[in-house]
Ligand binder design. Structure first.
Ligand code: GLN
Length: 494
């Protein structure tokens, strides 16, 4: 390390060790991140709000806990950032939407409360696609976030700020949400580790809802073990979220251990995920990563997920239907900034929603309302729900013959800013390899597995059985320990 400017490059597990040994203070680490944010924000643009005062206060409090034996948790003193979809008491929460631009929550999301209790330091709220609808972060109504690896590229979405801030070493870790790939896709594009846990693994109380049967919270970090530590701090039953699962939370990072083995694992490769449209560099890197798992002793088996081709269509019906209902509350009365010189209630709703929502959000509300309307419900929504069942069954059958499934996270690497904004369908196709996992409610992770010819990160996706995040993390850590790991963007180092 050559000075405090590089402290932000520490992994969470390294920083946690140094903090516990009192070789580093949280204040020092936090100041390094704040300095890094100041230096790199003009280029990257991850943050919607930097909570510097709060961070310093929490860092000092963490240092007091770290000085008292037995008082600290593994995350005590670790600086992190949160997607602006998590309600944070007293800290503005916009979901990157104009309609919530003046919204300051009166309470914390359960995830936030758990992180505060663990002693994590909140650096701020980061950018996203408005209401988490998008694959590139370009649907934010607030600002543009750039990919730290190459500033003319998107960071991926919707949790683009969460991935960019970790890749740029502005924060050691972050949290995002994943409804159709929104943790895994940006993690892949920005070369960081990101895990979407099993549906219900993490509480969504206080997380602004997009599509409630799909939404799930998860962490990002530069390393698998870092992500595992973040996950362990927030996972588990929450009485305030009836969809959260009452199952014990393993000590993920501890159980992954210093030398994870994959010799007992059967890794399934679904042929439907290696089809046309898959970038050649991506295919080469992912196949090489699978080869690496085999070298490490895993058994590679071919599996089939025959309904994969219907996933994008089914998802964009289910997700928009649920969104059209969830977004009804932003009407200028219950939530949302009221607009216009209204003449009456109808006009007030109309004005508020017309001015408050961006184009993609409006498109989704219209699509969702259409697929749920009388006469079309059977043809669209109900059919999509049946397809969803078939997709879930595909995975059940595949997992009869393997323990974890490996695929590319995305068919391409980070694309150029502006290159897909005019064509919603093309944008939706970015999610083709991540969406089935949400429809089936499974845990899925993306870890970096190399670079393409333009020097952009490529993601390896690992999919697990329900509640089996540990096997996913173990396979990821074993792969990561084997070598192929790029941690710092050349462009930002320069
Ligand atoms: N890109 C997908 C969408 O736009 C997924 C978003 C998400 O996971 N939040 O709906």
């Amino acid at each position: 390390m050559s000075g405090s400017g590089n402290l932000g490059e520490l992994s969470i597990e390294e920083a946690s060790r140094l903090l516990a040994a009192r070789q580093l203070s949280s204040r020092e680490l936090t100041e390094a991140c704040l300095q890094r944010i100041e230096e790199t924000e003009p280029k990257v643009g991850s943050f919607l709000e930097v909570t510097a005062d709060l961070a310093r206060q929490q860092a000092d409090e963490a240092d007091r806990r770290l000085a008292t034996p037995g008082d600290a948790a593994p995350l005590t003193g670790i600086p992190i950032a949160l997607k602006d979809i998590f309600l944070t008491k007293g800290v503005r929460t916009t979901c990157a939407s104009r309609i919530l631009e003046n919204f300051t929550p009166a309470f914390d999301a359960t995830v936030v409360a758990r992180l505060r209790r663990a002693g994590a330091v909140l650096l701020g709220k980061v950018n996203m696609d408005e209401f988490a609808m998008g694959s590139s972060c370009e649907n934010s109504s607030m600002k543009l976030t750039r990919n730290p690896w190459k500033l003319d590229r998107v960071p991926g979405g919707s949790s683009g700020g969460s991935a960019a801030c970790v890749a740029a070493h502005q924060a050691l870790g972050s949290f995002g949400t994943d409804t159709g790939g929104s943790i895994r896709l940006p993690a892949a594009f920005c070369g960081v580790a990101g895990i979407k846990p099993t549906y219900g693994r993490v509480s969504r109380y206080g997380v602004i809802a997009f599509a409630s049967s799909l939404d799930q919270v998860g962490p990002m970090a530069t390393t698998t073990r870092g992500a595992a530590m973040l996950l362990a701090a927030v996972a588990g039953k929450d009485p305030l979220d009836s969809t959260s699962i009452d199952a014990p939370v393993p000590d993920y990072a501890g159980l992954v251990g210093p030398r994870p083995e994959v010799k007992d694992l059967r890794v399934g490769i679904p042929r439907e995920y290696f089809v046309e449209g898959l970038d050649a560099d991506v295919e080469t890197a992912v196949r090489a990563a699978i080869g690496k798992l085999q070298d490490l002793g895993a058994t590679i088996v071919e599996v089939t997920l025959p309904h994969t081709q219907y996933a994008v269509a089914a998802y964009y019906i289910v997700a928009t239907a649920e969104a059209s209902s969830n977004l009804g509350r932003y009407d200028g009365v219950r939530y949302g900034r009221r607009r216009g010189e209204e003449q009456g209630l109808r006009e007030m709703y109309g004005e508020t929603r017309d001015q408050g929502f961006g184009a993609e959000v409006k498109r989704r509300i219209m699509l969702g309302t259409y697929v749920l309307s009388a006469g079309y419900y059977e043809a669209y929504y109900s059919k999509a729900m049946r397809v969803r069942t078939l997709i879930r069954r595909d995975f059940e059958q595949a997992f009869a013959g393997c323990d974890v499934i490996a695929t590319p996270t995305a068919p391409v690497t980070a694309f150029e800013i502006g290159s897909r904004t005019d064509d919603p369908l093309k944008m939706y196709l970015s999610d083709i390899l991540t969406i089935s996992v949400n429809l089936a409610g499974l845990p899925g992770m993306s870890i970096p597995c190399g670079l393409d010819s333009a020097g952009l990160p490529i993601g390896l996706q690992l999919i697990g059985k329900p509640l089996d995040e540990l096997t996913v993390l173990r396979a990821a850590a074993a792969y990561e320990d084997s070598g192929h790991w790029q941690r710092t963007s050349a462009e930002l180092r320069a």
